[in-house]
Design a protein around this ligand. Sequence first.
Ligand code: C2E
Ligand code: MG
Ligand code: MG
Ligand code: MG
Length: 288
Amino acid sequence: KAADSAMYQAKSRGKNAYYFYEERINAVVARKHTLANALRYALKENQLHVEYQPVVDLKTDQIVGAEALIRWNHPELGKVSPAEFIPIAESTGLIFPLSLFVIESVCRFVSKSRHQFNDDFSVALNLSPVILKQKFLLENIKGFLHQYQVPAKSICFEVTENTLMNEMERCIQTLNALKQLGSRVSIDDFGTGYSSLSYLSKLPVDNLKIDRSFIDDIVHDTNDTAITLAIISLAQSLKLKVIAEGVENQEQRLFLQHCSCEYIQGFLVSPSRPDASFMTFLNKYNRH
Ligand code: C2E
Ligand code: MG
Ligand code: MG
Ligand code: MG
């Protein structure tokens, strides 16, 4: 996007702008290069950790699960968003050690905290398409579940819509195997990709996560309202549960409750928190 707009500006400015465009491209490339190099050391140097964001059941107003989100705090670069470094990890191959780090962190967390969770509590983690199509992924997941004595049903795997449509065969194999183990599967950022609705009923999926972009203005933008209602009704027909992402205010929450959306996640309840802080929050929240 940055490159596109630089290109646009370059065109509208004529000759000199070419250099401006080139500078912008260089800056983007340099930043990627810096991050790719820094990411190599991030794991070894303990700069990465996993945080947990609560998921609330709208019927009971209880926290029934969490999403694991990776965090990178670099000593000089500061906090780097996963939206920026996950694509870099994917293109450099670092996504493999990074994903195993997340899976192991989640298993360790669940194993440590399980006695404080309800029986159907589940922790969701994001799986990049790059790793989802690897055969060894399944063996690694099984290995960690066994090592940490975590029941598969306590883990949910999130994949984006486009992933499923582009790599259908291989992804479905892995997801079927994960479901066979007893884990759950969610389609993340639902509504933003290109999904084939006819395939949806055949996919091994339990939940749809409505993308934040539809939730932002759900109360006032009639298009977003219509899309959200359509997703909820589709989910009901297919016996899937719906999680609304990015719920930031009470108005959105009440609206979603009114539309029979099952679960919400967002800053209204809490941002992601490190594991100990998440547990304190969970115990306080679920007391009422
Ligand atoms: P996602 O899986 O859709 O995760 C939800 C994102 O929305 C998170 O951003 C979360 O912090 C943010 N969020 C939650 N509630 C709110 C809200 O109320 N308002 C706003 N404005 N934002 C909210 P985050 O942590 O920056 O992650 C961005 C994306 O990076 C994730 O989107 C996911 O695609 C990817 N990602 C994060 N952690 C991992 C990971 O461990 N592995 C992989 N493969 N991808 C990850
Ligand atoms: Mg997600
Ligand atoms: Mg999402
Ligand atoms: Mg998103």
